[in-house]
Design a protein. Sequence first.
Length: 210
Amino acid sequence: GARREPIDPVRFVSNRSSGKMGVALAREAFRRGADVTLIFGVGAKVRVPTPIKCVVVNTALEMREAVNEHVHTSESHKPDVVIMAAAVADYRPSSVRDQKIKKSGKVPQIGLTKNPDILQELGVERGEERRPVLVGFSVETGEIDELLQDARSKLNDKKVDLIVGNFASDAFDLDTNRVWLVDRSGRQEEVALSYKSRVANRVLDAILRL
Ligand code: CTP
């Protein structure tokens, strides 16, 4: 789901992602017998089977720390697959005020700083290795051509194996989604509008093919 990047103790910058796609992926992977850890933002309504380990994070930096902790672990616990379905905030406020900003003062200017790209860091670190399989999402508001082009660029830029492209209007806060799967072998596939649980299974099938 969405991250929350604080501005002051009562306000934050965020986005419209609900986290439902990530939760569906966690549930369906678990149903297939995977050992699953779900790292999610506080906005997500999470109802998952108890054996799924859940880690709550607020910000992109917290998510990066949690992801790295789970990836850089002992050989026997290293994940086979990392799926980044989270709508990680690309930017965070450059400074966080200790006290609530009052409206009696001047209109505040909120400067932004770029957040690290967690998935890209994993792709670069993995280098020539085949594991973990890395899966990213890409969200568009334009046309299908742009979505596919964006997905292909992300495959290369982030050095990952599979990108799940979708439109914000099909995905955000809904129980259904329509996606395009683009993988590093050049394969491209559309998954027609369906419940996120079915979409999740198609994503997992595509991962198995890799
Ligand atoms: N991602 C990440 N860390 C970030 C931003 C994104 O790990 N700081 C991951 C997301 O979880 C997702 C993919 O990278 O899997 C999305 O990439 P991004 O470049 O942010 O794509 P869009 O959100 O589609 O944005 P844009 O096309 O504007 O770059």
